[in-house]
Design a protein around this ligand. Structure first.
Ligand code: IPD
Length: 279
């Protein structure tokens, strides 16, 4: 039996991302009521409305596929052994950017088939850039094929990352790792959307990305983009599983993976050995 091409699911995810993105664009500068789910963890009325739009489009097109969406997700749903197909959705990745009117912020929709991620769509709202990928079928940006960079030396690389901002037990190790990257690379950026970080690695703008403290919906779609763009995604210590529900990720153009992993491995150890206490 031939492997599914997921074209119907891809069309639904693209339609949902574009519809939600068009709505979010109308709300820039007027996010609506802002709540803090936790320290520095914001959700706005626009996040919730975007999520409803996305879920409605996906439910109509694919009524049998469940969804794990950021707003309202339970701890029990955030398991790696769920075993059934489901969408993994971030209705606005980069909510803090969005509430401050700062780019980038993205609609991020992934499909997990119960075993692995098979489809990813990231729509960066401000630049009207839609990244789309299905496992085994390559990566496109606004319909055109794109891929990772060819940079083979950290010295000539531009790296993106996310700072600790709500969990801090590993912050000192993070800063030590960041210092190493300052010395070893051409530069470092912190755009504020993990979905955009991964999309920009996938299309060759950044050469690598690392972060600890991320959620499954932040990175699910971007992982598919990087893989289909010809890059590589592991945990900070180089493990092939654990990025989606393990809260830590290293994504590169492939050429730089070992060199970056040598620098990020201590961060992965610090992140997994700590407890959820604020400094
Ligand atoms: C956040 C952004 C940010 C990353 C955080 C995420 P959210 O997503 O992706 O860049 O550093 O870890 O939580 O909360 O704005 O959807």
């Amino acid at each position: 039996m031939p492997a599914p091409d997921y074209q119907h699911e891809l069309d639904a995810a693209i339609a949902a991302a574009r519809k939600a993105g068009a709505f979010v664009r109308t709300r820039i500068g007027r996010a609506g009521a802002i709540q803090e789910k936790g320290l520095h963890d914001l959700v706005t009325e626009t996040d919730e409305a975007s999520q409803r739009l996305i879920l409605d489009v996906l439910a109509e097109a694919c009524p049998d596929i469940e969804a794990l969406a950021e707003e309202g997700a339970s701890e029990a749903e955030q398991r790696d052994d769920y075993g059934r197909p489901r969408w993994i959705i971030d209705p606005i990745d980069g909510t803090t950017n969005f509430t401050h009117g700062v780019a980038p912020f993205c609609i991020s929709i992934a499909l997990h088939d119960g075993e692995d991620l098979v489809l990813g769509v990231v729509y960066e709202v401000t630049a009207d850039e839609l990244f789309a990928a299905v496992r085994g079928r390559g990566l496109t940006l606004n319909g055109e094929p794109v891929g990772v960079s060819s940079t083979e030396d950290l010295e000539y690389s531009l790296i993106t990352t996310g700072f600790p901002f709500r969990l801090f037990w590993y912050a000192e190790t993070y800063l030590a790792v960041l210092h190493q990257f300052m010395l070893a690379t051409r530069g470092i950026r912190r755009p504020g959307s993990a979905a955009a970080d991964l999309a920009y690695v996938a299309c060759g703008r950044f050469d690598g990305y690392f972060e600890a403290g991320i959620a499954p919906w932040d990175v699910a779609a971007g992982i598919v983009l990087v893989r289909e763009g010809g890059g590589r995604v592991t945990t900070l210590g180089g493990a092939k599983r654990g990025m989606l529900f393990g809260g830590q990720i290293l994504a590169t153009n492939g050429h730089l993976h070992q060199a970056m992993r040598a620098l990020t491995e201590p961060l992965g150890t610090a992140y997994t050995s700590g407890t959820d206490t604020l400094a």
